[in-house]
Design a protein around this ligand. Structure first.
Ligand code: NDP
Length: 457
């Protein structure tokens, strides 16, 4: 039997790779991990975590405005982007250290180098050193897809990675796209004083989400003074001195200091030498895997964004844990991609789990819909604010809750727990049998007695 340097070699030190490396090393196997950039990957270094810190920063303005209605008077608030960046950078450096420690503490070895395949069992590091491994896990994540249509002036657009390194805020920003990254960063930057114009090709933001969520967010963006240009396409983007000039096919010209491109993310597979290892890639360059995350090479697996299944950190972690169970704990385990809750950290935010009304009908369900909109209590003294929206989609035949869609403060926190109930197959009758927690927004979910409407496919 061949002997290898490592039982498992992981390429990529993001959420999925680190979890697999740490768990496998803790089981007593010999594990190596290569990461060319910073440990922690997109989520920790230039994604979810710093983004959420920005979201907190962006919400103080609203709290300052509400404060007088609760009896507080405060001086003129001032915001310092450089201070936020410095504090964020310190926190990210701390987390990066923990990610390295997590792998090394479990007995794994971290190589701060780029890795690519020489063959299915041999990895070449950028230092020139080669390493052999019995099993290999590809967990290289994804990166912003640049200049998709060739019109966005290569090199002129910023991507989300850049925002996290900006030394100062632009005064005017164009955001191309209406997905998660576009709407989250548009809200953050608008609330921090940037004049933001969002350009989308569709009629609404957040394609694929329940229409009521899309409508609620679109209305709130307009109310807040974010400019949303829908059903528009870019004709060209050029630099003119310090400014970016975007021309739309409608003939409109937009002038800004920066243009943020957020048109989706592509799997990171370039330069890995996958062809030498017998690993086949598919649409958008993603690594093709079976239901156990095994690639076309029997000893090589892949998890996370690089497989382009569901590009979410907790999904990558879940896939990594299933991989470890399957390969190192003799317990074949499929990742389960059903009923994954997700949050969109706009202000107000979105929390959603399960299927939209349109998808329920497309899947042949006759449904009852329960919907409630109300002013969150925090805004009752001052007035104003966005109304909160809660929507449950219930299968008429089984009474099971198929979808829960929330728009408003703490929606992501609420929906995480609703996901537990839905994962257990909760029915609307069981929601109704649960005693409300008063006064809270979440209590509305167990007190919606009267259906708003029914629909059949
Ligand atoms: P998304 O897939 O969410 O959105 C892509 C956006 O780009 C859509 O609005 C889409 O428009 C638009 N688009 C794509 N191609 C074109 C084109 N050729 N011309 C014009 N518009 C185009 O991608 P993101 O980049 O926002 O985020 C990547 C992934 O990262 C997300 O899918 C999500 O899984 C993950 N993420 C999750 C977060 C969270 O959990 N809170 C936060 C940030 C990212 P259209 O609607 O018309 O298709």
């Amino acid at each position: 039997m061949a002997s290898y340097d490592f039982d498992l070699f992981v390429i990529g030190g993001g959420s999925g790779g680190v979890r697999a490396a740490r768990l496998t090393a803790a089981l007593g196997f010999k594990v190596g991990l290569a990461e060319a950039s910073r440990m922690g990957g997109t989520c920790v270094i230039r994604g979810c975590v710093p983004k959420k810190l920005y979201v907190y920063a962006s919400r103080f303005g609203e709290d300052f405005e509400l404060a007088p209605s609760f009896g507080w008077s405060i001086g003129e608030p001032r915001f310092d982007w450089a201070a936020l960046q410095a504090h964020k950078n310190a926190e990210i450096a701390r987390l990066e250290g923990l990610y390295t420690k997590g792998v090394e503490g479990a007995g794994g070895t971290v190589f701060h180098e780029h890795a690519n395949f020489e063959d299915a069992h041999t990895i070449r590091l950028s230092s020139g050193r080669t390493i052999t491994a019995e099993k290999v896990l590809i967990a290289t994540g994804s990166r912003t897809a640049r200049d998709l249509d060739g019109v966005l002036g290569a090199g002129l657009c910023a991507v989300s990675d850049d925002v996290f390194a900006w030394a100062e805020l632009p005064k005017r920003l164009i955001v191309a796209g209406g997905g998660y990254i576009a709407v989250e960063l548009a809200h953050v930057l608008h609330a921090l004083g940037v004049e933001v114009t969002v350009v989308i090709r569709a009629a609404k933001v957040l394609r694929g989400f329940d229409e009521d969520l899309r409508d609620a967010l679109t209305a709130s963006m307009e109310r807040r003074g974010l400019t949303l240009l829908s059903e528009r396409h870019f004709a060209s983007v050029e630099r003119s001195g310090d400014e970016i000039v975007a021309t739309l096919t409608s003939g409109e010209h937009l002038v800004a200091d920066k243009l943020l491109l957020a048109w989706g993310r592509s799997p990171n597979t370039e330069g890995l030498g996958l062809e030498r290892a017998g690993v086949i890639t598919g649409k958008n360059g993603r690594v093709e895997v079976d239901s156990y995350s095994r690639t076309t090479a029997p000893n090589i697996f892949a998890v996370g964004d690089v497989t382009d299944r569901l590009q979410l950190t907790p999904v990558a972690i879940h896939e990594a844990m299933c991989f470890v169970k399957t390969v190192f704990q003799d317990t074949p385990t499929h990742p389960d991609h059903a009923l994954v809750p997700t949050g969109v950290f706009t202000t107000p935010e979105i929390g959603t789990v399960g299927i939209s009304e349109a998808t329920a009908l497309n899947h042949g369900h006759a449904i009852d819909v329960y919907k409630s909109t109300f002013r969150p209590m925090k805004f009752t003294l001052a007035g104003g604010g966005d109304r909160m929206m809660m929507k449950l989609i219930v299968d008429q035949k089984t009474d099971k809750v198929l979808g829960c869609h929330l728009f408003g403060p703490d929606a992501s926190e609420i929906v995480q727990i609703v996901a537990v109930a839905m994962k257990m197959g909760a029915t609307k009758a069981q929601f109704d049998a649960t005693v409300a927690l008063h006064p809270s927004a979440a209590e509305e979910l167990v007190t919606m007695r009267t259906k708003s409407y029914s629909k059949a496919p």
